[in-house]
Design a binder for this molecule. Structure first.
Ligand SMILES: *Cc1c(COP(=O)(O)O)cnc(C)c1O
Length: 409
């Protein structure tokens, strides 16, 4: 990026001519693309010419968003999907085979945890480790380890992975390093700086920001040497080696599974992305102020937020990220029922989802982490009374007043 972050996103579409001098890439809803010369259609199928063949494999509006995400992550190519989960699933379907081993952080988004359980039953073994310390990752690596998977700031307890040292470790072993950057977004953190090979983003969260469209993305940073990856199919080796990984993810993941990001949500996500930096600054600032306010409140016994000095990875977060993000979790004093507290809040919405402009709260053990059961919840440090807060961009005084009345009620 030679311009700044926001300038680059705002002017990305205009780098190629758009009809009628439109300033946005239009929504291309067509499923089929008609070629005046049928030979050109064949060339597109063979990968000999750029172009579109069928809507399941992409459309020009989604491509425009992919270009933006590549710029945000300083990557060489991005593939978009209908959801963040689809992006993770497609990556695993495309790149793993039975008998492979994966090292994953044990602090995971709930549905990612469930998905990895499915891969376990399909013959891939996943080792879960505490990724806040690189030593745990190092100990879990085996001869058949194909990739290492971590999230930046974990949900809901906000553990920060030892991202830089894990990157060094993967580089020294020639291992594919996959980072789910959803919680930080490319504005707060670029995993490429710490040698990630692939970056996952749920676009549904901060990048889209408005809670009105689902989407996901996989970005190849260009750092991983795909010629050292044993699972690339021969027929994808005609492309440049740097593109083998993303090509196989597009073919085996996107095309064959069909989790396509349609033009309309792609357009909404691209519009939302224009203000990513502004929203992240405001919501992170709100979050830091609120975390301090809540930490000092007698009715709150614990606040988990990387921006607080007593957070176990505070220094790590300070080194790695531009701000400390907008997600935190709290535990309430004995005798306060978490449901009663949530019901007293007037502005803060009891809802799943995070990275929205609006502040959302959810009692995680009873909702998004219910299915995984008490043992796995205990391993992840999720108490029954834990409430996750995704802080939005509301005026800070209004949020403070709402929490104050909710706690004192
Ligand atoms: C939400 C989320 C996902 C999944 O994204 P969807 O778009 O909801 O499918 C994956 N990883 C993390 C860290 C998330 O927060």
């Amino acid at each position: 990026m030679k311009n700044g972050f926001t300038t680059t996103i705002l002017h990305s579409d205009l780098e190629s001519p758009i009809e009628h001098f439109s300033v946005h890439k239009p929504m291309h809803a067509a499923v089929a693309f008609g070629y005046p010369d049928a030979r050109d259609l064949a060339k597109v199928f063979k990968g000999e010419a750029p172009g579109y063949a069928y809507g399941r494999q992409g459309n020009p509006t989604t491509t425009a968003l992919e270009v933006k995400i590549s710029k945000m992550e300083d990557g060489i190519a991005t593939a978009c999907f209908s959801t963040g989960m689809a992006a993770i699933a497609a990556t695993f379907v495309a790149l793993l085979r039975a008998g492979d081993h994966v090292v994953s952080s044990s602090f995971l988004f709930g549905n990612t945890n469930s998905l990895f359980g499915t891969f376990n039953t399909l013959g891939c073994e996943i080792s879960f480790v505490d990724a806040t310390d690189v030593e745990n990752v190092a100990r879990a690596i085996r001869a058949n380890t194909r990739l290492v998977f971590v999230e930046t700031i974990a949900n809901p307890r906000t553990q920060v992975a030892d991202l830089a040292r894990i990157g060094e470790l993967c580089a020294s072993h020639g291992l594919l390093y996959v980072v789910d950057n959803t919680m930080t977004s490319p504005y707060l953190y670029q995993p490429k700086r710490n040698k990630a090979g692939l970056i996952i983003n749920s676009l549904t969260k901060y990048i889209g920001g408005h809670g009105n469209a689902l989407g996901g993305a996989v970005t190849d940073t260009g750092l991983f040497d795909w010629t050292r990856f044993s699972n690339i199919y021969d027929n994808y080796k005609n492309a440049k080696p740097a593109l083998w990984g993303i090509l196989q993810i597009r073919k085996k993941g996107l095309r064959d599974v069909g989790s396509t990001l349609a033009a309309e949500p792609a357009h909404r996500l691209a519009t939302g992305a224009e203000t990513l930096a502004l929203r992240m600054e405001k919501s992170s600032d709100n979050a830091l102020q609120l975390a301090r306010f809540l930490a000092g409140h007698p009715k709150v016994t614990k606040v988990y937020y990387p921006g607080l000095e007593d957070h176990p990875q505070h220094r790590l977060a300070k080194e790695l990220f531009k701000t400390f993000g907008a997600l935190m979790s709290i535990e309430l004093a004995d005798g306060i029922d978490c449901f009663d507290f949530l019901n007293r809040l007037k502005l803060v919405i009891s809802a799943s989802h995070l990275g929205d402009n609006r502040t959302l709260a959810i009692p995680v053990a009873h909702t998004i982490y219910w299915e995984m059961g008490p043992q796995r919840r205990a391993e992840m440090g999720i108490a029954d009374s834990l409430i996750r807060l995704s802080i939005g961009i509301e005026d800070l005084d209004d949020l403070k007043a709402d929490f104050a009345q909710g706690l004192n009620g």
